[in-house]
Design a protein around this ligand. Sequence first.
Ligand SMILES: Nc1ncnc2c1ncn2[C@@H]1O[C@H](COP(=O)(O)OP(=O)(O)OP(=O)(O)O)[C@@H](O)[C@H]1O
Ligand SMILES: [Mg+2]
Length: 250
Amino acid sequence: MKKAKIYTITSVKGGTGKTTFALNLAATYALNKKKVLVIDLDVAAGDIAARLNLEYEKDLYLCYEDMRNHTFDAVEDYIYPYKQGIDILPAPKDPRNANKMEASFLSYLFSKVSLKYDVILVDTNHLLSPLNLLAFDYSDKILFVINNECMNLKGMRTMSAIFEDIESNKMVVVLNDSTKKTNGEYSITDMKNVMKREIDYRVPQSFFQKKYDKYVMNGTIFLLEKKIRSHSSRALKVFQLIARSLLKED
Ligand SMILES: Nc1ncnc2c1ncn2[C@@H]1O[C@H](COP(=O)(O)OP(=O)(O)OP(=O)(O)O)[C@@H](O)[C@H]1O
Ligand SMILES: [Mg+2]
């Protein structure tokens, strides 16, 4: 049976554009007629449901509780459809529940969803928490979204050394130039030298959306908007390349 590919989106610092990237990658897969689930594993601050103006009752924490208490019926009960075949499993509504979930529950969760989707995207925070580490274990690839900024690069050097140490080839580095209007100060060569690693993909600065907040208020994913796709054709090509290459590699 076909199992979903699992890609976790993470970083070494907060605010690098992970969630925006994850949602636009989901949109890209959806535009390619793939069935996509986005799991919001940013358990303390996850905001995907709010960003997308999703109406929902159940969340990841309730899913965990029901599995633990044997009151779990079907995983679909915790998953909400957005648009274009993108499904969302929301993070805990109440951040106080964030640290109550045992990481091991992820194995049960993935076993329940992986036959139902082509691609599962897991959006995380930037911490090496037990939950995130277990998500890494189950992932086919782990995408580190970085900015052109000193502590991102230094953090990536450490992370890259760890991945080499454990002989993992799951790391994918995505340089995201689109969180700010201006480009960062380091050249690609500088960045590679600091990180001691290649950059696999680069989201162009032209993907910066002046009206970011307006789109978030409207619950939009940029690449699902025809207008943005035509204005950001370079970014769209990068997302298409990432989406295709990840599936090909596995
Ligand atoms: N394409 C974009 N255009 C304009 N601004 C952007 C874009 N992507 C990200 N940003 C800016 O960067 C901020 C952080 O983006 P996002 O929430 O996607 O990052 P994150 O890595 O998920 O953050 P966190 O670590 O808090 O989860 C946004 O609030 C927005 O201000
Ligand atoms: Mg985020």
